[in-house]
Structures are given as structure tokens and as C-alpha cells.
Design a protein around this ligand. Sequence first.
Ligand SMILES: [Zn+2]
Length: 379
Amino acid sequence: MKTLNELKLAQELIRFPTIKTEDKGIMKFLSRKLTAIGFKCTIIKSKGTGPKPALNLYARFGKSKPHINFLGHTDVVANLDNWSVPPFKGTIKNGQIISRGIADMKGSIACWISAVSNFTKNKKLKGSISIIIAADEETTGLGTPAVMRYLRKKNEKIDFSIVGEPTSNKSIGDEIRIGRRGSMNGVIIVYGRSGHAAFKNFINPCTALAKIISKLKSSSLDNGTKFMPPSNLEFTKMNVDNLSENVVPQSVNAKFNVRFNTKYKSSSLKKKLNQIIISTAKKEKCRVKIEYRVSGEAFYTQPNKNILMVKKIVKKITGNSPKLNCRGGTSDSRFLGKIPRLELGLRNNTIHQIDEKTSVSDLKKLTRIYNQILQNYFN
Ligand SMILES: [Zn+2]
């Protein structure tokens, strides 16, 4: 079996313009590459953004335990105007590959596959390596859950997972995510009683909303955890639909977003917020309706021997000891349930931007890191 070069593979992946949940043949291409190095590939469909389904990939090498997994996504964001080079060509300039999706995250997929091809070459492996590639991380986020359902049905158990999201900040490997904060959106509608502003025949929902906001902002949710900052609530919209200057409105509404740490589940957080909101509204004699939408629960893997092993490898290859943290928004890692995991990928300084780029030397380093992880994991 042959080894695959990370740079060549990254450029090949870049050339599929996989915006939104469009496939353009990329999963077939990946299946072909992975089958050639001994993987068994399954395409798993999920609902796409257009009329066509999104195609996700599950590929497995080996049948026995232990089972290490890599999770990635091949979809990319748009923002394609004003580039200095064509965004889907894989152009290299001054040692930088400038392409949409190179850092987020076709580059790290190429590094992982290259590392695996090197590691499994002429080897009888005792254990398994699998790869999950979602087609919709940037949009609907239904692909990874579909693959997870498939794995549950087939009774396949993953022991450790590496998520290839671009976690590196100033230099390759300087940050490793061991969890992510949860995110929840809320809408509060406060109902009062409208009336003439000059007469005291009204109950003003504006006053009640102002007090609710002030109460929510002044109550501390928690003090944070060792790896996560304190939970934080921010109001993002306030709305009083009122065309008159001398009429107190009947109702007002506001929206907020909370980023929360592992001290809460969304259910316990809702309880706490409801209590503050309802009791404050009651004091103002207002009725209140609260709606929530949870985008993701907070999750975290206690630094275990695999995480510490990866930390050591990064130090050995880059010279710098990485920080373990839970920064950033959320990622498909949230769908991995109880699987112990970490996220480690390329630098995130240009992701989603015009002229997204990664250096060729970073691609090489990440491939070496992934290769060492495989060697140590199976030792
Ligand atoms: Zn990503």
C-alpha cells in the first residue's frame, strides 16, 4: 500500500467547491483514497441545505480494539469575493497554501489521512482507526449525528477521538481544546397593560424588562471551572414595537445568548434563569413568556493519559507546550457524546476570511504530530 502526501491531498480536496452541503464528488474521492489504503467506507446520508441530501463518510480500518477516531468536515463557508487567488485552486505562494477551507479544515483531514497511510503501511495493526467526515458542520450540523446513529446501530464503539478543527492560534499546536462551552438562545416576552402615559392606568412592561435585564446581568451565574471561564449571558436584541409617544405598550421582548460552562446543563440553567425572570416580572405585576433554543450543551474531557500523551508529542515536535482549553464557539465535537476526545488542528487566524491560508510547513508538522499520536496510541 502506498503513502499519501498531505500537501497533494490537501490541494485535491480544496478543488471540490463544497459550499453549504454540496458534495461535488468529494466523498467518492475520499472513499477511493481510503479504500486504497485499507479502509472500509460507508456513505451516510443526512438532510442537506438544498434538494439533495448531504453525504457524510464513515471509514474504518481494522476490526479490533482499541479504536481511535478522527472527526472532520469537508464543507466550507463562502465569502469568495476579493480573493488574491482563485479560492478553490490550492495555490501556493511564499510557502502558504491560500485556499478556502485549507485551515477549516480540509488541511487537517489531509494531514490525518497522510499520517494514517504512513502508519498502517506494511503493518498488522492490533486495533482500529476510523474517520468520520461530515458534510455540513458549517450549516445544518446533521451529518455527524447521523453517523453517530449509524455507529450505535452497528454497535461500534470509539475509544478516543481527535477532532481536526483549527485550534492552533499563534503557532501550530499551541492550543488544544478539551471541551467547549454550551450555547443557548433565549427570548423573553413581557406583557403589561397598555394605557395613556399621563395616567396611572397602565402596567409598563418596559420597566419590567429593564429590571429583568439588570437583574440577570448583575447575578453571577458561577465562577467558572479550571478550564472554562464563568458562564456569561448577553442581551442581543431589545424590541418595543410602539409607534406612539404617549402610549405605554402592551408588551415588549428581548433576546439573549448564554455561553455556559460544565457547571450547568441547559436544563439547570433554564431553571435558574426562569426563577430570576419570573420573580422580577411578578414584582412589576407583569406576565412573562420565555422561550429557549439550545445550540449545544457544554462538554469536557478530563485530561486523561491520551490527552497528556498528545500534549507531550506537540511539545516534542514544536518545542512549545500546548495550552489545554475550551475556547471558541461550538463544533461537531458536541455530537460525540461520552467519547473521550480532544480537538487539535491548524491555525485559526484566517478561517472564514478572504485568502484563508496555512503554511506548507504547518501541514508537515501537523502530519508528524498525528503520526506520532498513532504510534504512541497503539504502543
Ligand atoms: Zn471547522
